[in-house]
Design a protein. Structure first.
Lengths: 452, 159
Protein backbone atom coordinates (compact mmCIF):
# COMPACT_ATOMS: atom_id res chain seq x y z
CA UNK A 1 0.00 0.00 0.00
CA UNK A 2 1.25 3.46 -0.91
CA UNK A 3 1.37 5.90 1.97
CA UNK A 4 -0.03 9.29 0.95
CA UNK A 5 -0.55 11.01 4.27
CA UNK A 6 1.41 10.51 7.49
CA UNK A 7 0.52 11.62 10.98
CA UNK A 8 3.69 12.52 12.86
CA UNK A 9 3.15 11.81 16.55
CA UNK A 10 6.13 13.71 17.82
CA UNK A 11 7.62 17.16 18.23
CA UNK A 12 10.85 19.14 18.07
CA UNK A 13 13.69 18.50 15.68
CA UNK A 14 12.61 14.95 14.79
CA UNK A 15 9.15 16.14 13.72
CA UNK A 16 10.77 18.72 11.43
CA UNK A 17 13.16 16.07 10.10
CA UNK A 18 10.36 13.59 9.30
CA UNK A 19 8.34 16.34 7.58
CA UNK A 20 11.36 17.00 5.34
CA UNK A 21 11.44 13.40 4.07
CA UNK A 22 7.65 13.39 3.62
CA UNK A 23 8.10 16.43 1.36
CA UNK A 24 10.83 14.69 -0.61
CA UNK A 25 8.52 11.74 -1.17
CA UNK A 26 5.42 13.81 -1.98
CA UNK A 27 3.67 12.56 1.16
CA UNK A 28 1.39 14.91 3.09
CA UNK A 29 2.62 15.53 6.63
CA UNK A 30 0.07 16.04 9.40
CA UNK A 31 1.53 16.97 12.76
CA UNK A 32 -0.03 15.80 16.01
CA UNK A 33 0.82 18.61 18.41
CA UNK A 34 0.19 19.36 22.06
CA UNK A 35 -1.02 22.81 23.09
CA UNK A 36 2.58 23.75 23.86
CA UNK A 37 3.69 23.07 20.28
CA UNK A 38 0.87 24.53 18.17
CA UNK A 39 3.05 27.44 17.12
CA UNK A 40 6.33 25.52 16.75
CA UNK A 41 8.39 25.43 13.55
CA UNK A 42 7.25 21.84 12.80
CA UNK A 43 3.62 22.99 13.14
CA UNK A 44 4.30 25.67 10.55
CA UNK A 45 6.15 23.26 8.27
CA UNK A 46 3.43 20.61 8.35
CA UNK A 47 0.59 20.59 5.83
CA UNK A 48 -1.85 20.33 8.69
CA UNK A 49 -1.81 20.24 12.47
CA UNK A 50 -4.09 18.24 14.75
CA UNK A 51 -4.24 19.22 18.39
CA UNK A 52 -3.94 16.11 20.55
CA UNK A 53 -4.12 17.47 24.09
CA UNK A 54 -2.55 19.47 26.85
CA UNK A 55 1.13 20.28 27.12
CA UNK A 56 2.01 17.43 29.46
CA UNK A 57 3.23 14.36 27.57
CA UNK A 58 0.75 12.11 29.36
CA UNK A 59 -2.09 14.26 28.02
CA UNK A 60 -0.77 14.35 24.45
CA UNK A 61 2.30 12.59 23.01
CA UNK A 62 1.93 9.62 25.38
CA UNK A 63 -1.82 9.29 24.88
CA UNK A 64 -2.43 6.33 22.52
CA UNK A 65 -6.12 7.14 22.00
CA UNK A 66 -5.46 10.79 21.24
CA UNK A 67 -2.76 9.90 18.68
CA UNK A 68 -4.80 7.24 16.91
CA UNK A 69 -7.94 9.40 16.90
CA UNK A 70 -5.94 12.28 15.43
CA UNK A 71 -4.66 9.99 12.67
CA UNK A 72 -8.18 8.81 11.86
CA UNK A 73 -9.57 12.32 11.96
CA UNK A 74 -6.85 13.53 9.60
CA UNK A 75 -7.51 10.53 7.32
CA UNK A 76 -3.85 9.60 7.50
CA UNK A 77 -2.68 6.27 6.11
CA UNK A 78 0.12 5.88 8.61
CA UNK A 79 1.58 7.07 11.92
CA UNK A 80 5.27 7.92 12.32
CA UNK A 81 6.08 7.90 16.05
CA UNK A 82 9.61 9.39 15.84
CA UNK A 83 11.72 8.49 18.89
CA UNK A 84 10.86 8.52 22.59
CA UNK A 85 7.18 8.94 23.57
CA UNK A 86 5.16 6.05 22.02
CA UNK A 87 7.78 5.04 19.45
CA UNK A 88 8.34 1.55 20.89
CA UNK A 89 4.89 1.07 22.30
CA UNK A 90 3.18 -2.12 21.13
CA UNK A 91 -0.19 -0.74 22.29
CA UNK A 92 0.08 2.11 19.75
CA UNK A 93 1.06 -0.32 16.99
CA UNK A 94 -1.92 -2.50 17.90
CA UNK A 95 -4.38 0.40 18.16
CA UNK A 96 -3.19 1.72 14.79
CA UNK A 97 -3.68 -1.68 13.17
CA UNK A 98 -7.16 -1.97 14.69
CA UNK A 99 -8.12 1.24 12.90
CA UNK A 100 -6.58 0.17 9.62
CA UNK A 101 -3.58 2.50 9.99
CA UNK A 102 0.03 1.63 9.25
CA UNK A 103 2.45 1.98 12.15
CA UNK A 104 5.79 3.10 10.69
CA UNK A 105 7.94 0.86 12.81
CA UNK A 106 8.52 -2.77 13.73
CA UNK A 107 5.82 -5.38 14.22
CA UNK A 108 4.06 -5.74 17.57
CA UNK A 109 5.91 -9.03 18.05
CA UNK A 110 9.25 -7.28 17.39
CA UNK A 111 8.40 -4.54 19.91
CA UNK A 112 7.42 -7.07 22.54
CA UNK A 113 10.52 -9.17 21.92
CA UNK A 114 12.96 -6.34 22.56
CA UNK A 115 10.93 -4.19 25.00
CA UNK A 116 11.49 -6.66 27.82
CA UNK A 117 15.21 -6.81 28.58
CA UNK A 118 15.27 -10.39 29.82
CA UNK A 119 13.31 -11.61 26.81
CA UNK A 120 15.69 -9.67 24.56
CA UNK A 121 18.62 -11.39 26.30
CA UNK A 122 17.01 -14.78 25.65
CA UNK A 123 16.54 -13.95 21.98
CA UNK A 124 20.15 -12.79 21.77
CA UNK A 125 21.28 -16.05 23.33
CA UNK A 126 19.14 -18.04 20.89
CA UNK A 127 20.64 -16.06 17.99
CA UNK A 128 24.13 -16.88 19.24
CA UNK A 129 25.12 -13.36 20.33
CA UNK A 130 27.67 -12.81 23.07
CA UNK A 131 26.04 -11.59 26.29
CA UNK A 132 27.64 -9.90 29.26
CA UNK A 133 27.98 -12.67 31.85
CA UNK A 134 24.92 -12.62 34.11
CA UNK A 135 21.30 -13.66 34.12
CA UNK A 136 18.00 -13.73 35.91
CA UNK A 137 17.81 -14.29 39.66
CA UNK A 138 14.92 -15.62 41.72
CA UNK A 139 16.32 -15.48 45.25
CA UNK A 140 19.20 -13.72 47.00
CA UNK A 141 21.02 -17.08 47.26
CA UNK A 142 20.78 -17.33 43.47
CA UNK A 143 22.18 -13.84 43.20
CA UNK A 144 25.17 -14.58 45.44
CA UNK A 145 26.04 -17.78 43.56
CA UNK A 146 25.68 -16.04 40.19
CA UNK A 147 27.76 -13.04 41.27
CA UNK A 148 30.57 -15.33 42.48
CA UNK A 149 30.50 -17.10 39.12
CA UNK A 150 30.56 -13.95 36.94
CA UNK A 151 32.94 -12.01 39.18
CA UNK A 152 32.70 -8.79 41.19
CA UNK A 153 31.61 -6.02 40.97
CA UNK A 154 28.18 -6.74 39.52
CA UNK A 155 25.26 -4.67 38.26
CA UNK A 156 21.70 -5.24 39.44
CA UNK A 157 19.44 -4.22 36.56
CA UNK A 158 15.68 -3.83 36.37
CA UNK A 159 14.08 -5.75 33.50
CA UNK A 160 11.83 -2.75 32.83
CA UNK A 161 14.61 -0.17 33.23
CA UNK A 162 16.77 1.56 30.68
CA UNK A 163 18.64 4.79 30.08
CA UNK A 164 20.49 4.33 33.34
CA UNK A 165 17.28 4.00 35.37
CA UNK A 166 16.94 0.91 37.53
CA UNK A 167 20.65 0.17 37.61
CA UNK A 168 22.75 -0.45 40.72
CA UNK A 169 26.38 -1.41 41.09
CA UNK A 170 27.39 -3.71 43.94
CA UNK A 171 31.04 -4.00 44.98
CA UNK A 172 30.65 -5.66 48.37
CA UNK A 173 29.22 -9.23 48.43
CA UNK A 174 27.75 -8.51 51.89
CA UNK A 175 25.52 -5.83 50.35
CA UNK A 176 24.19 -7.88 47.44
CA UNK A 177 21.09 -9.33 49.11
CA UNK A 178 19.94 -5.94 50.42
CA UNK A 179 20.59 -4.25 47.06
CA UNK A 180 18.66 -6.91 45.16
CA UNK A 181 15.75 -6.47 47.57
CA UNK A 182 15.79 -2.67 47.23
CA UNK A 183 16.17 -2.84 43.44
CA UNK A 184 13.23 -5.25 43.24
CA UNK A 185 11.00 -2.94 45.30
CA UNK A 186 12.06 0.14 43.34
CA UNK A 187 11.62 -1.59 39.98
CA UNK A 188 8.13 -2.70 40.93
CA UNK A 189 7.23 0.86 41.90
CA UNK A 190 8.94 2.63 39.00
CA UNK A 191 8.34 0.26 36.08
CA UNK A 192 5.43 -1.89 37.24
CA UNK A 193 7.74 -4.88 36.79
CA UNK A 194 9.67 -6.02 39.85
CA UNK A 195 12.02 -8.41 38.02
CA UNK A 196 15.74 -7.70 38.23
CA UNK A 197 18.78 -9.50 36.81
CA UNK A 198 22.53 -9.48 37.31
CA UNK A 199 25.21 -8.52 34.86
CA UNK A 200 28.98 -8.28 35.26
CA UNK A 201 30.39 -4.77 35.54
CA UNK A 202 32.68 -3.72 32.71
CA UNK A 203 35.35 -1.33 34.00
CA UNK A 204 36.15 0.27 30.66
CA UNK A 205 33.36 -0.06 28.15
CA UNK A 206 32.39 1.74 25.00
CA UNK A 207 28.85 2.09 23.70
CA UNK A 208 28.91 0.91 20.11
CA UNK A 209 25.74 0.26 18.13
CA UNK A 210 24.85 -1.09 14.71
CA UNK A 211 22.11 0.35 12.49
CA UNK A 212 19.99 -2.30 10.77
CA UNK A 213 17.12 -2.33 8.31
CA UNK A 214 14.84 -5.35 7.94
CA UNK A 215 11.80 -6.26 5.86
CA UNK A 216 10.75 -9.35 7.80
CA UNK A 217 12.84 -11.67 5.63
CA UNK A 218 16.06 -9.93 4.82
CA UNK A 219 18.24 -7.75 7.05
CA UNK A 220 21.14 -5.44 6.21
CA UNK A 221 23.33 -3.25 8.39
CA UNK A 222 24.39 0.34 7.72
CA UNK A 223 27.54 0.30 9.77
CA UNK A 224 28.21 1.25 13.36
CA UNK A 225 28.11 4.29 15.59
CA UNK A 226 29.93 5.16 18.78
CA UNK A 227 27.91 6.89 21.49
CA UNK A 228 30.32 6.64 24.41
CA UNK A 229 30.32 10.35 25.28
CA UNK A 230 27.49 10.30 27.80
CA UNK A 231 26.52 12.03 30.98
CA UNK A 232 24.27 10.02 33.27
CA UNK A 233 23.42 7.76 30.34
CA UNK A 234 22.39 10.71 28.18
CA UNK A 235 24.31 10.75 24.91
CA UNK A 236 25.97 14.05 24.01
CA UNK A 237 28.15 13.28 21.00
CA UNK A 238 27.89 10.42 18.52
CA UNK A 239 30.02 9.43 15.59
CA UNK A 240 30.06 7.03 12.66
CA UNK A 241 31.90 4.82 12.13
CA UNK A 242 33.00 3.95 15.68
CA UNK A 243 36.65 5.07 15.85
CA UNK A 244 39.56 2.80 16.58
CA UNK A 245 37.87 -0.62 16.60
CA UNK A 246 39.81 -3.73 15.56
CA UNK A 247 38.61 -4.72 12.04
CA UNK A 248 37.68 -8.26 13.00
CA UNK A 249 35.69 -7.07 15.98
CA UNK A 250 33.83 -4.48 13.91
CA UNK A 251 32.91 -7.11 11.34
CA UNK A 252 31.79 -9.54 14.06
CA UNK A 253 29.65 -6.89 15.73
CA UNK A 254 27.91 -5.95 12.49
CA UNK A 255 27.30 -9.62 11.67
CA UNK A 256 25.92 -10.22 15.17
CA UNK A 257 23.47 -7.32 14.81
CA UNK A 258 22.22 -8.70 11.48
CA UNK A 259 21.93 -12.20 12.99
CA UNK A 260 19.86 -10.87 15.89
CA UNK A 261 17.48 -8.90 13.64
CA UNK A 262 17.12 -11.90 11.31
CA UNK A 263 16.29 -14.11 14.26
CA UNK A 264 13.47 -11.68 15.18
CA UNK A 265 12.35 -11.38 11.53
CA UNK A 266 12.74 -7.69 12.17
CA UNK A 267 10.75 -5.12 10.20
CA UNK A 268 11.90 -1.51 9.85
CA UNK A 269 14.85 0.49 11.13
CA UNK A 270 16.44 -0.58 14.38
CA UNK A 271 19.62 -0.36 16.36
CA UNK A 272 21.42 -3.18 18.13
CA UNK A 273 23.45 -1.85 21.04
CA UNK A 274 26.65 -3.44 22.26
CA UNK A 275 29.02 -2.86 25.10
CA UNK A 276 32.60 -3.09 23.86
CA UNK A 277 34.90 -4.19 26.67
CA UNK A 278 38.21 -2.48 25.92
CA UNK A 279 40.23 -4.59 28.35
CA UNK A 280 38.95 -7.95 27.14
CA UNK A 281 38.59 -6.80 23.50
CA UNK A 282 35.18 -8.41 23.50
CA UNK A 283 31.67 -7.15 22.91
CA UNK A 284 28.35 -7.99 24.50
CA UNK A 285 24.76 -7.52 23.38
CA UNK A 286 22.99 -4.88 25.48
CA UNK A 287 19.59 -4.24 23.89
CA UNK A 288 17.82 -3.36 20.70
CA UNK A 289 16.14 -0.02 20.06
CA UNK A 290 13.16 -0.57 17.82
CA UNK A 291 12.83 2.97 16.41
CA UNK A 292 14.64 5.70 14.53
CA UNK A 293 17.29 7.05 16.88
CA UNK A 294 18.33 10.59 17.72
CA UNK A 295 21.79 9.91 16.30
CA UNK A 296 20.62 8.41 12.97
CA UNK A 297 21.97 11.36 10.92
CA UNK A 298 25.62 10.31 11.39
CA UNK A 299 24.75 7.04 9.66
CA UNK A 300 22.91 8.96 6.94
CA UNK A 301 25.98 11.16 6.46
CA UNK A 302 28.41 8.29 5.90
CA UNK A 303 26.05 6.05 3.88
CA UNK A 304 23.99 8.62 1.95
CA UNK A 305 20.83 6.69 2.86
CA UNK A 306 17.72 8.53 4.10
CA UNK A 307 16.68 6.23 6.97
CA UNK A 308 13.23 7.78 7.36
CA UNK A 309 12.54 7.20 3.66
CA UNK A 310 13.58 3.55 4.10
CA UNK A 311 11.31 3.25 7.16
CA UNK A 312 8.39 4.51 5.08
CA UNK A 313 9.19 2.18 2.14
CA UNK A 314 9.33 -0.82 4.47
CA UNK A 315 6.08 0.25 6.17
CA UNK A 316 4.46 0.26 2.72
CA UNK A 317 5.25 -3.45 2.63
CA UNK A 318 8.12 -3.25 0.18
CA UNK A 319 11.21 -5.43 0.25
CA UNK A 320 14.53 -3.80 1.17
CA UNK A 321 15.65 -1.52 -1.66
CA UNK A 322 19.30 -1.88 -0.77
CA UNK A 323 21.43 -5.00 -0.77
CA UNK A 324 24.29 -5.22 1.72
CA UNK A 325 26.76 -4.69 -1.13
CA UNK A 326 25.03 -1.38 -1.98
CA UNK A 327 25.86 0.05 1.43
CA UNK A 328 29.14 1.94 1.29
CA UNK A 329 30.52 3.83 4.22
CA UNK A 330 32.42 6.96 3.23
CA UNK A 331 34.30 9.30 5.53
CA UNK A 332 33.48 10.12 9.12
CA UNK A 333 30.55 11.92 10.73
CA UNK A 334 30.11 13.52 14.16
CA UNK A 335 26.92 14.77 15.79
CA UNK A 336 26.76 17.22 18.70
CA UNK A 337 23.54 17.55 20.66
CA UNK A 338 22.90 21.19 21.48
CA UNK A 339 20.75 21.09 24.62
CA UNK A 340 19.02 23.78 26.65
CA UNK A 341 21.14 23.03 29.69
CA UNK A 342 23.47 25.16 31.72
CA UNK A 343 26.53 22.94 31.77
CA UNK A 344 28.25 25.20 34.33
CA UNK A 345 25.35 24.75 36.77
CA UNK A 346 25.36 20.96 36.84
CA UNK A 347 23.52 20.84 33.50
CA UNK A 348 20.41 22.52 34.94
CA UNK A 349 17.63 22.45 32.34
CA UNK A 350 16.83 25.86 30.91
CA UNK A 351 13.35 26.13 29.43
CA UNK A 352 12.19 29.52 28.14
CA UNK A 353 11.93 31.56 24.98
CA UNK A 354 14.69 31.66 22.38
CA UNK A 355 15.65 35.26 21.66
CA UNK A 356 18.16 34.70 18.88
CA UNK A 357 19.21 31.61 16.97
CA UNK A 358 21.94 31.25 14.38
CA UNK A 359 23.37 28.02 13.01
CA UNK A 360 26.26 27.15 10.73
CA UNK A 361 25.62 26.99 6.97
CA UNK A 362 28.88 25.45 5.85
CA UNK A 363 29.57 22.64 3.36
CA UNK A 364 29.57 19.25 5.11
CA UNK A 365 27.39 20.55 7.96
CA UNK A 366 23.78 19.55 8.55
CA UNK A 367 21.64 21.12 11.25
CA UNK A 368 18.48 19.31 12.40
CA UNK A 369 16.50 21.73 14.54
CA UNK A 370 13.11 23.21 15.32
CA UNK A 371 14.64 26.28 16.92
CA UNK A 372 14.23 29.73 15.40
CA UNK A 373 14.19 33.19 16.94
CA UNK A 374 11.10 33.40 19.14
CA UNK A 375 10.76 29.62 19.53
CA UNK A 376 9.52 28.40 22.86
CA UNK A 377 11.41 25.70 24.77
CA UNK A 378 8.69 24.24 27.01
CA UNK A 379 9.51 22.65 30.37
CA UNK A 380 7.43 19.57 29.50
CA UNK A 381 9.78 17.83 27.10
CA UNK A 382 13.46 17.05 26.66
CA UNK A 383 16.09 19.73 26.28
CA UNK A 384 17.31 18.97 22.75
CA UNK A 385 17.50 22.19 20.71
CA UNK A 386 19.46 21.11 17.67
CA UNK A 387 21.76 18.45 16.30
CA UNK A 388 24.80 19.68 14.44
CA UNK A 389 26.06 16.92 12.16
CA UNK A 390 29.34 17.25 10.29
CA UNK A 391 30.83 14.98 7.66
CA UNK A 392 34.51 14.88 6.68
CA UNK A 393 36.80 12.61 4.71
CA UNK A 394 38.60 11.51 7.85
CA UNK A 395 37.85 11.78 11.56
CA UNK A 396 40.40 14.60 11.82
CA UNK A 397 38.62 16.51 9.02
CA UNK A 398 35.27 15.96 10.72
CA UNK A 399 36.66 17.18 14.06
CA UNK A 400 38.01 20.37 12.46
CA UNK A 401 34.73 21.01 10.73
CA UNK A 402 32.84 20.28 13.94
CA UNK A 403 34.87 22.80 15.95
CA UNK A 404 34.19 25.48 13.34
CA UNK A 405 30.51 24.58 13.11
CA UNK A 406 29.92 24.64 16.87
CA UNK A 407 31.70 27.99 17.18
CA UNK A 408 29.25 29.41 14.62
CA UNK A 409 26.19 28.31 16.64
CA UNK A 410 24.54 30.96 18.74
CA UNK A 411 21.31 30.55 20.69
CA UNK A 412 20.31 33.08 23.33
CA UNK A 413 17.36 33.39 25.68
CA UNK A 414 17.97 29.91 27.10
CA UNK A 415 21.23 28.48 28.43
CA UNK A 416 22.91 25.95 26.11
CA UNK A 417 25.72 23.45 26.33
CA UNK A 418 27.50 24.87 23.27
CA UNK A 419 30.64 25.79 25.19
CA UNK A 420 30.78 22.29 26.67
CA UNK A 421 30.98 20.96 23.12
CA UNK A 422 33.74 23.44 22.26
CA UNK A 423 35.72 22.34 25.34
CA UNK A 424 35.14 18.68 24.52
CA UNK A 425 36.16 19.12 20.88
CA UNK A 426 39.39 20.77 22.10
CA UNK A 427 40.16 17.88 24.47
CA UNK A 428 43.20 15.86 23.30
CA UNK A 429 41.87 12.56 24.69
CA UNK A 430 38.57 12.93 22.84
CA UNK A 431 40.44 13.98 19.70
CA UNK A 432 42.47 10.78 19.85
CA UNK A 433 39.23 8.78 19.56
CA UNK A 434 37.73 5.68 21.13
CA UNK A 435 36.98 7.05 24.62
CA UNK A 436 34.97 4.91 27.03
CA UNK A 437 31.65 5.72 28.73
CA UNK A 438 33.44 6.89 31.88
CA UNK A 439 35.46 9.45 29.90
CA UNK A 440 32.99 12.32 30.09
CA UNK A 441 32.77 12.22 33.90
CA UNK A 442 36.60 12.30 34.03
CA UNK A 443 36.62 15.21 31.56
CA UNK A 444 34.17 17.19 33.74
CA UNK A 445 36.03 16.25 36.92
CA UNK A 446 39.37 17.39 35.48
CA UNK A 447 37.85 20.73 34.48
CA UNK A 448 36.28 21.24 37.90
CA UNK A 449 39.61 20.32 39.52
CA UNK A 450 41.49 22.70 37.22
CA UNK A 451 39.12 25.56 38.00
CA UNK A 452 39.34 25.10 41.79
CA UNK B 1 4.86 24.08 -0.82
CA UNK B 2 8.59 24.61 -0.88
CA UNK B 3 10.90 23.91 2.00
CA UNK B 4 14.61 24.17 2.30
CA UNK B 5 16.97 21.30 2.91
CA UNK B 6 20.51 21.48 4.18
CA UNK B 7 21.64 20.48 0.69
CA UNK B 8 19.91 23.59 -0.66
CA UNK B 9 21.66 25.75 1.91
CA UNK B 10 25.00 24.14 1.05
CA UNK B 11 24.46 24.81 -2.61
CA UNK B 12 23.60 28.44 -2.02
CA UNK B 13 26.69 28.81 0.16
CA UNK B 14 28.82 27.23 -2.56
CA UNK B 15 27.53 29.75 -5.08
CA UNK B 16 28.07 32.59 -2.64
CA UNK B 17 31.59 31.41 -1.92
CA UNK B 18 32.59 32.29 -5.46
CA UNK B 19 30.83 35.67 -5.21
CA UNK B 20 31.99 38.90 -3.60
CA UNK B 21 28.87 39.10 -1.42
CA UNK B 22 28.99 38.64 2.33
CA UNK B 23 25.28 38.45 2.99
CA UNK B 24 22.18 37.07 1.32
CA UNK B 25 18.56 37.31 2.41
CA UNK B 26 16.02 35.10 0.74
CA UNK B 27 12.31 35.37 1.40
CA UNK B 28 9.60 33.14 -0.03
CA UNK B 29 6.01 32.47 0.97
CA UNK B 30 7.08 29.77 3.36
CA UNK B 31 10.42 30.80 4.83
CA UNK B 32 12.92 33.54 5.32
CA UNK B 33 16.63 32.75 5.25
CA UNK B 34 19.62 35.00 5.96
CA UNK B 35 23.11 33.79 5.14
CA UNK B 36 26.08 35.72 6.44
CA UNK B 37 29.81 35.41 5.96
CA UNK B 38 31.57 36.00 9.26
CA UNK B 39 35.07 35.42 10.52
CA UNK B 40 34.50 31.77 11.29
CA UNK B 41 32.48 30.87 8.18
CA UNK B 42 28.94 31.00 6.87
CA UNK B 43 25.92 31.08 9.18
CA UNK B 44 22.18 30.82 8.64
CA UNK B 45 19.22 32.36 10.40
CA UNK B 46 15.85 31.21 9.28
CA UNK B 47 12.20 31.62 10.07
CA UNK B 48 9.46 29.28 8.94
CA UNK B 49 6.53 31.37 7.70
CA UNK B 50 3.95 28.88 6.51
CA UNK B 51 1.04 28.57 8.85
CA UNK B 52 -0.53 25.15 8.78
CA UNK B 53 -4.21 24.70 9.45
CA UNK B 54 -4.82 23.71 13.06
CA UNK B 55 -7.66 21.29 13.67
CA UNK B 56 -9.56 20.83 16.90
CA UNK B 57 -7.75 23.53 18.78
CA UNK B 58 -8.05 26.86 20.35
CA UNK B 59 -5.26 28.40 18.28
CA UNK B 60 -3.50 29.98 21.22
CA UNK B 61 -1.65 27.93 23.77
CA UNK B 62 -0.65 30.20 26.57
CA UNK B 63 1.44 28.54 29.23
CA UNK B 64 -0.34 28.12 32.53
CA UNK B 65 2.76 29.65 34.05
CA UNK B 66 1.66 33.10 32.97
CA UNK B 67 -1.56 32.88 34.92
CA UNK B 68 0.22 32.13 38.13
CA UNK B 69 2.44 34.90 39.44
CA UNK B 70 5.16 33.92 41.87
CA UNK B 71 3.79 34.36 45.36
CA UNK B 72 5.77 37.08 47.04
CA UNK B 73 3.64 38.32 49.93
CA UNK B 74 5.64 39.00 53.07
CA UNK B 75 5.68 36.09 55.43
CA UNK B 76 4.68 36.57 59.06
CA UNK B 77 7.12 35.83 61.83
CA UNK B 78 8.42 32.30 61.95
CA UNK B 79 6.69 31.29 58.70
CA UNK B 80 8.84 30.42 55.72
CA UNK B 81 7.85 29.70 52.16
CA UNK B 82 9.17 26.70 50.26
CA UNK B 83 9.71 28.06 46.76
CA UNK B 84 10.09 26.41 43.39
CA UNK B 85 13.75 26.66 42.35
CA UNK B 86 12.77 26.29 38.67
CA UNK B 87 9.80 26.22 36.32
CA UNK B 88 8.19 22.80 36.02
CA UNK B 89 5.43 20.43 37.03
CA UNK B 90 4.99 20.06 40.78
CA UNK B 91 4.31 16.63 42.23
CA UNK B 92 3.38 15.98 45.83
CA UNK B 93 4.14 12.24 45.75
CA UNK B 94 7.14 10.19 44.61
CA UNK B 95 4.99 8.49 41.96
CA UNK B 96 1.37 8.50 40.79
CA UNK B 97 -0.89 6.84 43.35
CA UNK B 98 1.66 6.94 46.17
CA UNK B 99 0.95 8.85 49.39
CA UNK B 100 2.20 12.47 49.31
CA UNK B 101 5.57 13.33 50.80
CA UNK B 102 3.86 15.61 53.34
CA UNK B 103 0.42 16.80 54.44
CA UNK B 104 -0.50 19.91 56.43
CA UNK B 105 0.62 19.30 60.01
CA UNK B 106 3.62 17.18 59.09
CA UNK B 107 6.88 17.86 60.91
CA UNK B 108 9.82 18.12 58.51
CA UNK B 109 13.57 18.48 58.79
CA UNK B 110 15.58 20.89 56.66
CA UNK B 111 16.68 18.20 54.19
CA UNK B 112 13.42 16.25 54.03
CA UNK B 113 11.96 16.03 50.54
CA UNK B 114 8.54 17.69 50.39
CA UNK B 115 7.87 17.49 46.65
CA UNK B 116 9.24 16.98 43.17
CA UNK B 117 9.45 19.40 40.26
CA UNK B 118 9.77 17.84 36.84
CA UNK B 119 11.50 20.00 34.27
CA UNK B 120 12.50 18.74 30.85
CA UNK B 121 12.15 15.10 31.89
CA UNK B 122 14.37 15.59 34.95
CA UNK B 123 12.92 14.95 38.40
CA UNK B 124 14.22 17.43 40.97
CA UNK B 125 13.63 16.70 44.64
CA UNK B 126 12.53 19.74 46.62
CA UNK B 127 13.84 19.85 50.20
CA UNK B 128 11.93 21.72 52.92
CA UNK B 129 14.89 24.06 53.34
CA UNK B 130 14.05 24.61 57.02
CA UNK B 131 12.88 22.48 59.92
CA UNK B 132 9.29 23.02 60.98
CA UNK B 133 5.64 22.09 60.60
CA UNK B 134 3.80 22.30 57.26
CA UNK B 135 1.00 24.88 57.63
CA UNK B 136 -0.18 25.24 54.05
CA UNK B 137 0.21 23.51 50.70
CA UNK B 138 -0.25 26.12 47.97
CA UNK B 139 -0.01 24.15 44.74
CA UNK B 140 -2.03 21.18 43.55
CA UNK B 141 -0.39 17.96 42.44
CA UNK B 142 0.52 18.05 38.75
CA UNK B 143 0.29 21.84 38.44
CA UNK B 144 2.79 23.83 36.38
CA UNK B 145 4.65 26.34 38.54
CA UNK B 146 6.98 29.19 37.56
CA UNK B 147 10.38 29.56 39.20
CA UNK B 148 10.01 31.23 42.60
CA UNK B 149 6.40 30.17 43.17
CA UNK B 150 5.48 29.38 46.77
CA UNK B 151 4.84 25.65 46.98
CA UNK B 152 4.04 25.43 50.67
CA UNK B 153 4.54 27.24 53.96
CA UNK B 154 6.20 26.02 57.13
CA UNK B 155 6.10 27.28 60.70
CA UNK B 156 9.73 27.10 61.69
CA UNK B 157 10.70 24.98 64.67
CA UNK B 158 11.99 27.00 67.62
CA UNK B 159 15.79 27.16 67.35
Amino acid sequence: MTIRRVLIANRGEIAARIIRTCRDLGIEAVLAASDADLDSAPARLADRVVRIGGPRSLDSYLNVDAVVSAASEAKADAIHPGYGFLSENAALARAARARGLIFIGPTEANLEAVGDKLRAREHALAAGLPLAPGGSIATSEDAAALADRIGWPVLVKAVGGGGGKGLKRVDDPAKLAATVELATAEAGAAFGDARVYLECFVASGRHVEVQVLGDGDDVIHLGDRDCSVQRRYQKLVEEAPAPDLPDRLRADMRAAAVRFARHLRYVGAGTVEFLYDREREAFYFLEMNARIQVEHPVTEAVTGVDLVAEQIAIAEGRKLRLAQADVRIAGHAIECRLNAEDWLRDFAPSPGAVAFARFPAEPGVRVDTHIEPGASVPPFYDSLLAKIIVHGETRADALDRCRRAMALCAVTGVATNRDMHLALLADPVFAEGGVDTAFFARFLGARAGGAA
Amino acid sequence: MTTLTHEDVEEIVRILDTSPYAELTLKTDTFELSLRRGEGGWTQERKTLARAQVVGAAASAKGEAETRPGAAEPEEDGVVAVRAPMVGTFYRAPKPGAPPFVEVGATVGEHDVVGIIETMKLMNSIPAGAAGVVTQICVADGELVPAGATLMRLRQAAP
